[in-house]
Ligand binder design. Structure first.
Ligand code: FE
Length: 177
């Protein structure tokens, strides 16, 4: 009887967790079968396929390495606590505690949430030598990294806001309950 109780409880917890994750994963991404905030496995999706799924603005930045205008939207100056995900695939990327006030006009972070959340690539376009930051799950362009960030890393992950989805901490806490 006791084991039945534990099994039922476990089943209830699993069901609630999966349901909660699906809600988050599908939020605004019902047309995107690759979007998941829990799956970290690498995915290989063609640009032709991405073009059918992503908004034109996100496609231009994420898949064609375009850069959005500085000071676009409000994310660059937002101090709301929460979590930032890849807007193309849902990969978890940054925590708000690693975000800092930057005057550059793009959301800036001093470190990713996991060292393997992002990848780095040499970028010599526009006669500049920069390091591109891409999503480690879907290879989408996120922005660039510079060496003028604050302690403790002194790095500045300069991200395009359109490449990021944000989930406020309060929402995440409510869902966790
Ligand atoms: Fe991604």
């Amino acid at each position: 009887m006791k084991s039945l109780y534990y099994f039922t409880s476990l089943l209830l917890i699993c069901t609630t967790t999966v349901f909660g994750q699906q809600q988050k994963s599908n939020k605004g991404h019902s047309n995107n079968p690759y979007y998941s905030t829990t799956d970290t496995n690498h995915i290989k999706v063609s640009n032709a396929q991405w073009k059918k799924i992503l908004s034109p603005n996100l496609y231009a930045v994420a898949r064609l390495q375009s850069t959005e205008n500085a000071f676009a939207g409000k994310m660059w100056k937002s101090e709301t606590k929460g979590t930032y995900y890849c807007a193309a695939c849902g990969n978890i990327l940054f925590k708000s505690m690693a975000k800092f006030a930057s005057t550059c006009g793009w959301p800036s972070f001093f470190e990713p949430i996991r060292v393997n959340s992002v990848n780095y690539k040499e970028d010599n376009s526009y006669d500049m030598h920069r390091t591109e930051v891409t999503c480690a799950r879907c290879d989408s362009h996120l922005g660039h990294i510079f060496d003028d960030g604050p302690p403790p890393t002194h790095k500045r992950f300069c991200m395009n806001a359109v490449s990021l989805d944000f989930e406020p901490e309060t929402t995440a806490k409510i869902k966790a309950k």
